[in-house]
Design a protein around this ligand. Structure first.
Ligand code: EPU
Length: 428
């Protein structure tokens, strides 16, 4: 087991290249189940979530070959193998096996998914969609059983705007008989990416990127090649790090339109942000002004950047208020930031971050992926050395993080933990 060490106070300078989008990757891989021949996905991030999903595709009989960042999935020999336990529990996105296997085999058994603890994360809207398409869905000893004689298109109104439910219903509906309409659908770029892959496979989908998606079922889907979109949350994390500790940072392989809400907030803080086709230029040459942020569904401010942004706000001129309307309990980074001298109050549904504060290096633990990102940004800003454990969370979603930050001039490295440290960490 390793820990991450950061000697704070060094400016970031230079260029960093963003990887393929984690939250697309985790849906694109299960989507390949629906094809009758090989699907190649190019530009996948080298993160543990991708490895886990590759293993799960093999568990159901697929053959998965990897060539650097490109993965080819041969679905020809896949079967409706039950996946009640094991690796499905490692990540939330294993729920996409429900929609994809139901769409392909009319049945699936998938253990209730794990992933980051962000408070309650129900999947009732996914189930509502599967049932509307004609599936019988039961929860038996912590696994979801889905069975259908045949899937038929339906009109489905989502009671909450959900990325996962929108994608999962698309996966189940692309081969259903007739037309499916998803109303109040989510509009995240990852949904468009998945729909693009499915369309390349022969699916008929209209309206993605709006809140009404129409799908006309087709009897079969074929293989194809698809290039994944860049990871807007990874790009946003580096943009926030650059605003916190950067002199001049260029973020390469990014779609700036995917980050409009963050860019607007950084500019309000007096950070210089310039956009070009595939790059962002970020420079900080003035003190940071405080801002408030409220997370919303896309194109609003992403909940996944709320925790990293908290660390940035510790450097702003006054207090800033963060309200997460998607996951109000996504707060596990706060106690850790307090250990680093941050002054943060939680009042009702809001987090009030006081600035400017000199953060101090400390031993802290990442409780989830984006909490990890927030601690890393705090570590870059802190006086002295910050030790971060819980790297398994960070490695789920950030490719080559240590290397990328080192290239920008950060003093960051990994060390093996001693047995005593591992024991102490488990009690933290
Ligand atoms: N919700 C329900 N019922 C449902 C589904 C969702 O009430 O059936 C609620 C959730 O509890 C939440 C809101 O709806 O309050 C939105 O949840 P959504 O379904 O959109 O989230 P998700 O699909 O489970 C994805 C990302 C998350 C990201 C959220 C919100 C993946 C694998 N995960 O989760 O990413 O925070 O959308 O944008 O795509 C991360 O990358 O760190 C991460 C957690």
């Amino acid at each position: 087991m390793q820990k991450l060490l950061i000697e704070g106070g060094h400016d970031l300078n230079g260029q960093v290249r963003i990887s393929g989008a984690k939250n697309s990757a985790v849906a694109l891989l299960p989507a390949a189940i629906l094809a009758d021949s090989a699907v190649t996905i190019e530009g996948l991030p080298e993160i543990s979530d991708v490895d886990t999903l590759g293993d799960l595709l093999e568990e159901i009989g697929g053959s998965v070959s990897r060539d650097g960042q490109d993965i080819t999935i041969h679905p020809e020999k896949m079967m409706a193998m039950p996946l009640p336990n094991g690796k499905v529990k490692k990540l939330r996105a294993s729920y996409y096996f429900m929609g994809a296997m139901l769409g392909k085999f009319n049945k699936a058994v998938i253990g209730l998914p794990g992933g980051c603890f962000l408070g309650p994360r129900p999947i009732d809207q996914h189930i509502k969609g599967f049932e509307a398409l004609g599936a019988e869905v039961t929860n038996e000893q912590g696994a979801i059983y889905l069975r259908a004689n045949e899937l038929r298109g339906a009109r489905i109104y989502l009671d909450v705007v959900s990325v996962g439910a929108t994608i999962n219903i698309m996966l189940a509906a692309v081969k259903a008989k007739g037309r499916t309409t998803i109303e109040n659908a989510a509009k995240e770029p990852e949904i468009i990416d998945v729909a693009t892959l499915l369309t390349n496979m022969g699916a008929k989908i209209k309206g993605v990127g709006t809140d009404v998606i129409r799908i006309d079922g087709v009897p079969s889907l074929h293989g194809c090649r698809h290039t994944i979109i860049p990871d807007r949350i990874e790009a946003g994390t580096y943009a926030i790090a650059a605003a916190a500790k950067g002199k001049e940072v260029i973020i390469d392989n990014v779609i700036p339109q995917h980050l409009e809400s963050l860019i607007a907030k950084l500019r309000e803080m007096d950070v210089t942000v310039e956009e070009s086709d595939e790059q962002l230029y970020i420079a900080r040459n003035r003190p940071l002004k405080s801002v408030d942020i409220k997370t919303l569904v896309y194109p609003g401010f992403p909940t996944d950047l709320q925790q990293p942004f908290t660390s940035l706000l510790t450097q702003a001129s006054h207090s800033g208020v963060i309200t997460d309307t998607i996951y109000s309990a996504r707060l596990k980074h706060i106690d850790e930031l307090r250990r680093m001298n941050a002054v943060i109050k939680v009042e009702g549904g809001s987090v009030i971050v006081s600035g400017p504060v000199q953060l101090e290096g400390a031993k802290v633990k990442a409780s989830d992926l984006r909490a990890g990102a927030s601690l890393i940004i705090a570590g870059l800003l802190a006086d002295g050395v910050t030790e971060i454990t819980g790297l398994d969370h960070i490695d789920r979603g950030y490719e080559k993080l240590t290397e990328k930050l080192s290239t920008l001039g950060a003093k960051i490295w990994r060390e093996e933990m001693t047995d005593v440290e591992i024991m102490q960490d488990q009690n933290m």
